[in-house]
Structures are given as C-alpha cells and as structure tokens.
Write a new protein. Structure first.
Length: 365
C-alpha cells in the first residue's frame, strides 16, 4: 500500500466585500499557536502562506488510509475556519476567487515569491487560483516516471471531477474550472510530456531551468510531475475542493492510478489531444465529452466509469473501493464543486454562495 498526502490551498476574503484579504501570515501564526488536534495524535495544523498573501496552504500527515486523510483534512479545515473567524476573515474553498479587486494582487513577501512575481508580471497580479495537490509515494524516480507517463491520459478525467471554479470577477465564466484556463498563461503548464526515464526527466527539466522562462523547479506548472521535495508523484490538476470528501476522493483515484501502472494500456496519445482533453474538462466538467485514454472521445461520465474499472483491483486491495464508488456516485448525482456553487448562487445569490463556502469547508467526509 503506497502512502499519500494532500495539499489544499484556500483563499482568504473580506466577508463584507468578498474580495481577497492579504492576511495569510496572520492566520498561519494563529494556527501554529494552536494545540494538537483533540482526540487524535495529529500535530497542530500548519498553514503557510502561498504565492499570494491572501492564500493559505495546508498539508495532511503522511497517510496510509483514507480515514487518515479524512481526519487530517477535517482537523486542519476546522482549525482554519476557527482562526479565520476569530480574525474576522472568510475562507473560500474554491479553485478561483469569485471576486477580485481592480488592483494587482499582493505577492507574499519572501524573496522567492517576489522574484516569481517580477518574472510573471501581470499574470501574477491575477493569480487568485487555488489547487488540490495529491502526492503518492513511489519506490524510485524511474518508477515515478513510469507512473507519470501512464496517468497522463487520465488527467482530463480527474480534472472533470475536480472542477470547482466557475466564478471570476463576479461573473459566471461558463467554465467548470476557470483555474485551469488561467493556468494556461504560465510558461510551463498543462499535461506533461512523455519521458523515457528519470534521467530524461532531469535532462529536460535542467534545460527549462537554464532558460529565463521559469524561476526554479517549483515553478514548473505541469498538471503532474515528480516532486522535488518528496519521493512522490505529485498530481496538481485539481481545483481546491469544496469539501474534504471531494479531496479524499481525488486522492484515492490518484493513488489507484499510480498503483495500477503495470495494468495500464501501452498507449501514447498525441499531446494535442491530451491538451484538448484538459480544455474540455475545464469547460464542461462532467457534463461534456473528454478525450479518452486511447485518444478517443466519449461522455465524461463514461470516462469516469472507465477510470474506476481500470483501477478497481488497486482500490479493492487498498480498501478504498466502497469510498470511491460512493464518492463518484455523489459527484454524478449532486454534481462537482462547480455545479454545487452554481446551484447555491442560483438559490441565494452571493449570500447563498458565501453560506455554501462556510458550510462546505468543515462538512464531514
């Protein structure tokens, strides 16, 4: 059984205006001062500032089971909600800021982030996007490359399930994931290329780092990559999720894919088809069609079924099958985060959307 971890990014906002609030360092300090999570052996939740001063990132413990992830995520989310409420700040579990100011975003004041902001210019000024990043342990970097190559055709299916950013600048974008569209403005992004082995990955990464297009390896924005900090494959295609259950479902699917490498078909879809599939997922979510693992096109719901069938043995072995089947059924019936956001807005306007953010943040998984 491979261990895994989940990183979640959240947006801090002014409750009165809904605009981003650059107070992540304050909330991070408040979280660090909290005691360990009650009734568990988990450490106190840690939140750290992200690229923008209004973004907060948290990470789970190293998880062996989905229950580990549920407890860790809910503990951190509950702590964030409490710390933010004490500071008079709202927390938005969405892949993009539904409202932004006319002035450029405030970049977090570390040397690295200031350099990244200078390099990316106006792109950084609107980088109000948040993701869910799934790490799955691999025994070696070469095995990680094999897993990375084999899961590439499934990235659009994961993205369709994970769409949770329909609003931008106070308007409905008509997209399920505006975050994925926004990310297309970055220098290195989208579906990663296929690699021969870890040496090939390192060679090509070094050439990118030798250019003036990226600042460092952490600036490589592929939807999946080898982690530079951990012995993991890191899948970054998902928006920040409304509920902890949504993030845990993504983690179970990604771990299943990594563990199903040997059973994956020997397919080499054209890169332009994989890129088009990510656009389809961003635009339509589960309501449209996607490019399949063999380069074909079918309904997104059929692709989800195909994904579950492909990784079913790994899910069964891990004890994750029942959770995944229930989670996928919930997504297909209740909708992705984007669908639920639109429903909340249709029923109650911006107040309804704000209520959804507040309740979903700490809803059980």
């Amino acid at each position: 059984m491979a261990t895994f971890g989940i990183e979640e990014e959240f947006l801090l906002v002014d409750p009165a205006t809904g605009l981003p609030a650059p107070r992540a360092e304050e909330i991070s300090r408040a979280l660090a001062a909290q005691p360990a999570l009650p009734s568990t052996d988990l450490p106190s939740p840690v939140g750290q500032s992200e690229f923008l001063a209004c973004q907060l990132e948290t990470s789970t413990i190293i998880c062996e089971t989905l229950d580990d992830a549920v407890v860790s995520l809910l503990g951190a989310r509950t702590a964030i909600a409490a710390a933010a409420a004490s500071a008079g700040i709202g927390v938005v579990p969405s892949g993009a800021a539904p409202r932004i100011a006319d002035t450029p975003a405030e970049v977090t004041g570390t040397e690295r982030y200031r350099a990244m902001g200078k390099l990316t210019g106006a792109v950084a000024g609107e980088h109000y996007v948040n993701g869910t990043h799934i790490h799955v342990a691999v025994p070696s970097r070469d095995s990680g490359i094999t897993a990375l190559n084999k899961l590439r055709p499934w990235l659009s299916t994961l993205a369709a399930l994970a769409g949770n950013s329909p609003f931008w600048r106070g308007m409905d974008t008509s997209f399920s994931s505006w975050r994925l569209i926004h990310y297309r403005r970055w220098s290195v992004q989208g579906c990663p290329p296929e690699f021969a082995d870890a040496a090939d990955y390192d060679r090509r990464l070094a050439r990118l780092l030798g250019s003036d297009a990226v600042l460092d390896s952490g600036h490589i924005g592929w939807a999946a990559r080898l982690s530079q900090r951990y012995p993991t494959v890191e899948v970054r295609v998902g928006d920040a999720q409304l509920q902890a259950a949504d993030s845990v479902l993504l983690a179970a699917l990604v771990r299943g894919l990594v563990l199903s490498t040997a059973a994956a078909p020997d397919s080499h879809p054209d890169p332009e088809l994989l890129d088009a599939g990510l656009w389809q997922a961003a635009r339509y979510g589960l309501g449209g069609r996607l490019m399949g693992v063999l380069g074909d096109s079918s309904a997104a719901a059929e692709q989800v079924d195909a994904l579950v069938d492909h990784i079913r043995p790994a899910l069964d072995e891990n004890g994750d099958l029942a959770y995944v089947l229930a989670g996928v059924q919930r997504m297909l019936t209740e909708g992705t985060g984007a669908v639920r956001q639109r429903a909340a807005y249709a029923a109650g306007g911006w107040d309804g959307l704000t209520r959804l953010y507040g309740s979903a943040l700490t809803t059980g998984a």
